[in-house]
Write a protein that binds this ligand. Sequence first.
Ligand SMILES: Nc1ncnc2c1ncn2[C@@H]1O[C@H](COP(=O)(O)OP(=O)(O)OP(=O)(O)O)[C@@H](O)[C@H]1O
Length: 262
Amino acid sequence: MSPVIEATDIVTRFGERTIHDGVSLHIDENEIYGILGESGAGKSVLMKEMIMLMRPSAGSMKVLGHELAKISYDDAQKLRAQWGVLFQFGALYSSLTVAENIEIQLKEYTKISKKMRDRLVRSKIALVGLDAHVGALYPSELSGGMIKRAALARALAMEPKLLFLDEPTSGLDPVGARNFDKLIVELRQMLGITVVMITHDLDSISNIVDRMAVLADKRVVAQGPLEEVLRSTHPFVEEFFKNEYTKEKFADKLKEGEKNVQ
Ligand SMILES: Nc1ncnc2c1ncn2[C@@H]1O[C@H](COP(=O)(O)OP(=O)(O)OP(=O)(O)O)[C@@H](O)[C@H]1O
């Protein structure tokens, strides 16, 4: 089966600065794929290139079988309806209720009746584990965890095949973060979606991410499941996964990786 996303030799330049210099990765259907790397490594830019908010300077980006550099306007519009995005900040419109936030795209992109839209909005609110009454609240009346769930409900409004998440658990307390992880896993299974997430969260990485790419030195320096990534001796991987705190956390996985090498 061909990958859902295939990036090949992506180069991204802003003026004189090169952010990516030959980034290649592929993301398969129904997996939860992590994009890791230090601050400024180009994770968000790469995700924006996948969702057509930015264009790479060179290389090929294929999403759901479409080469983005050559896509027609009509196909691009159709493709946009096939993914949902949860941005790290500014997730909801503050002047609209949660229900209105979720309804926006349905109103703009579909001809679904008001009655049907209301029904879909209610089902999305339930899907992300929020109480029905939350639909009538404004974002300022929600907790951080509820805002994330409401924003996720909005990202799922159009029943996408692909879900992009930018640091979904940042700003959540540990319990909220683990519950959000569980929700992502449930949604992946229930809806059959593919999830691409930028994350620094060690628990998400070890518990829910199937495979990942580590961006550093303008390239992908390690990729694969955690055990495979842990075999890398790149300084970022060493620092991130094998420091005093994380070494213990990943002790089992580190051993597994060593075993596989022998
Ligand atoms: N529109 C832009 N114009 C110029 N430079 C940009 C633009 N967008 C991003 N950059 C630069 O590209 C680099 C990578 O940015 P990006 O936001 O992708 O990093 P990141 O890996 O997501 O970092 P973080 O973990 O801090 O969010 C940064 O140096 C940033 O300043």
